[in-house]
Every structure is written in C-alpha cells, then in structure tokens.
Design a protein around this ligand. Structure first.
Ligand code: CO
Ligand code: CO
Length: 395
C-alpha cells in the first residue's frame, strides 16, 4: 500500500502541523484533522509543557448518549475521565412534559439549568417537601439520599447535573418503578393497605423502569401541603439573579454553602471571560476542580510541580479537570465570551491568586526569587484580580 505524496495533502494548514519554530515536522501518516484542530496545544505543545500528566479533558460529545422516549442523558464520570474522582457530571435533556423518574441516589445532586425550564420535587426525612420551577441559570441541590424528580415544562429543558462522587453512574440510581417491579405483589398490597390487583397496571417496559419518559406538561405549580411543612432550606437557587463580581476581564458568580445553604458538599463559580481575557494564575487550597464549558474557546495549562505542566484546549460541552492544588489559568482564545463552571466537592469556594500572594509578600523576598524589575513589582495587585484583560486594556 502506498501513501499519497505529502504535497497532495493541500487542506492541511501550517498551524495544524506539529511544528513550533525549528522543532517538530509535518505529519505523514494517518491523522484526524478535526480532532487535532480542536487540540492545537496537544498537537504542538508550548515549550513550557513537560513531563507526564493524566488526561484532563473529556467532551460530552465523546460520551455515550442514552436515548429514551422523554429525551436523553450522557455522563462524564471517573470511567470516562479517570482522574476525576471527586465529581461526576451528567448532561440531560427532557422534552416538554417529559419526566426524569422519581428516584434517589447515594450522592448529592447539584444542577445548572442550561436551557428551558423544569419542575423539581423532593421530600426530606422529616416529611417536609419542596416543589419549584427552575429556569435558565437556576440551580438545585438535592442532598444525598433525598428522593426527587425533574419534569420538563412547556419548552422542555437541558441541564448539567453534578454529583459529589466521580464514580457516580446515572444508570445506577434507585428508581421507584424498579423497586415496585422487584417487590412481591403481596408485600406491595400489605405496604399500601390495598389489594394486589391495584398493582396490575405497573409499567411493563423492557427493564421495568421508566427513567426518562414522555409525559404531559404540568399545569401551574400547586403545592402539596405537608403537615410537617416545607423543607427549611430551599433546594433551589437563582444563580443569575446574584450580582456578579465584575473585574477587568469578565465577571464571576460564586455559589457555595454560604449563599446556597443546601449545597453543603458542592461549591461552584460561574466564570465569564471576555475575549482575550485570562482567569488569572491561581490554585485551590481545598480540593480538585471539575470544569464544564458552556460557551467559547479556552486553553488551560496545569502546573503539576516537579517540572511538569501540560496545556489543554476546551470548548462548549467539554469537561476539564485540575487535580488538588495544581496551579492553572484559563485563557479565552476565541472571539466570544468563555463561560464555564468551576466545581468543587467542598462546602466552600476558595482560590489563591499568584499575583496577590506575591503582592502581599515582602518585595525583596519576591525579587530574590524572580529578578523582577521595579515596574513589574509595582504592577502586583494586593486585591485579587480573578480575571484580567489583555495588557493595556481595561474591561
Ligand atoms: Co437525581
Ligand atoms: Co481554578
């Protein structure tokens, strides 16, 4: 078998070749140009990248999608992205009226509404209930073990679910129909104080469960009154109603147990970076970071100590990951706003700014390490920049 001569590969552009300056060479063998184009910093990594680092990227586009009558669901867990042991994510779509079956699981569930709206329900161990309608940019958080449901409203919806265990599986939740199907009829009759014939119409789907199934769009929200009252801590939160922290290169909304008390195990920041802007060099002193990219194009270099660093490219629908304490930045490399979620299995959000750390340390000590000139020392910021804009520009 002969390969076509190199000069016939005309659609290959110079920047999609693994060449940087006098290093590298064109690819002669098989290649996947779309995938290489999405990952230019892997194809030709910066000179500053070095050493062996686990994979820190997995796209929902590469995850198996489970299609059902009411919509679909796909997950990125520790099975898809082995380094991601702290959190797992599920991207789910419900058609108008479609129902994510009444269920519970061992993990807490945190969610961000991406499009459309849904009605959620839950009941806690004290018999207190919660029913609410959720719109774009709203969150919910169901504590571990609390039973709940999700139903699409008029336009249907799509959302991101995040669970506080990387090994979570959306296919292993406790479903109400599954339990009914695996309980003797006489026990069901005894439990509910009715005759066995009351259960002759239980669903007879292939696997005896419904999971995500079509339904009728529900009417106006009518409360189910519990004698024990409603849950004392709301399971929903209007994240976009929160005033963002506005900085030179964009804005950020931080949500954790301090302003969303139900979210005791998952903290998040919704970060928006203007074109050319940079989520500054920083790290998190508490735990790993799980990222979900909602819009735009970005790149991140993760510094892993011991001379190791690697750069990854991300776009809408990608999941990124930063192991505990590793230094990183996120740069907007495109011409639209990069919007992404930073998520942490923690009751609180925390980050350390490289810039602020240096500014609040005796300058002679900092200079002794890095030989920085006076102008650069004077540019250090005692406040936290969070997101910076391109040099010379103020946002
Ligand atoms: Co759930
Ligand atoms: Co971070």
């Amino acid at each position: 078998m002969t390969h076509p001569p190199v000069e016939e590969q005309t659609e290959v552009t110079a920047e999609s070749q693994p060449i940087r300056g006098d290093r590298g060479a064109s690819i002669l063998g098989p290649r996947n140009i779309p995938l290489e184009s999405e990952n230019p910093d892997l194809l030709a990594s910066p000179y500053t990248d070095a050493g062996t680092i686990p994979n820190l990227k997995f796209s929902f586009a590469a995850a198996r999608n489970r299609l059902l009558t009411g919509g679909w669901a796909r997950e990125v867990t520790a099975r898809e992205l082995p380094v991601a042991t702290t959190l797992a994510g599920v991207n789910m779509r419900l058609k108008p009226g479609a129902i994510r079956e009444l269920h519970w699981h061992k993990e807490a569930e945190w969610a961000y509404m991406l499009a459309g709206s849904a009605r959620i329900t839950a009941v806690d161990a004290q018999g207190r209930n919660f029913i609410d309608d959720i719109h774009v940019g709203d969150l919910w958080n169901f504590p571990a073990g609390i039973p709940h449901s999700i139903q699409g409203l008029e336009q249907g919806c799509e959302f991101l679910l995040v669970f506080d265990n990387g090994n979570f599986s959306e296919n292993e939740t406790f479903l109400i129909t599954d339990w009914f199907a695996h309980t003797p009829r006489e026990i069901l009759a005894k439990n509910f104080g009715v005759s066995q014939s009351a259960f002759s119409n239980l669903p007879k789907d292939v696997d005896h469960t419904r999971y995500i199934f079509s339904g009728k769009v529900p009417g106006r929200l009518t409360p189910v009154v519990s004698p024990a009252g409603a849950v004392p801590v709301k399971y929903s939160h209007r994240l976009l109603a929160q005033t963002p922290i506005r900085v030179a290169g964009g804005q950020v909304r931080i949500v954790d147990s301090s302003n969303f008390p139900a979210a005791t195990t998952i903290a998040a920041a919704l970060v928006e970076i203007a074109p050319g802007g940079l989520r500054e060099m920083h790290w998190h002193p508490n735990i790993d970071e799980w990222q979900y990219y909602i819009s735009g194009h970005a790149r991140m270099t993760v510094f892993a100590s011991g001379g190791k660093a690697r750069t990854f490219n991300y776009q809408a629908g990608d999941v990124g990951y930063v192991p505990f304490a590793m230094g990183h930045y996120v740069e907007n490399t495109g011409d639209e706003t990069v919007r992404f979620l930073e998520m942490f299995r923690s009751s609180y959000f925390a980050d350390i700014s490289l810039n602020q750390w240096m500014a609040l340390t005796p300058p002679e000590l900092v200079q002794a390490h890095l030989n920085l000139d006076q102008q650069t020392m004077a540019a250090l910021r005692k406040d936290k920049p969070v997101i910076v804009s391109p040099a010379g520009k103020q946002g």
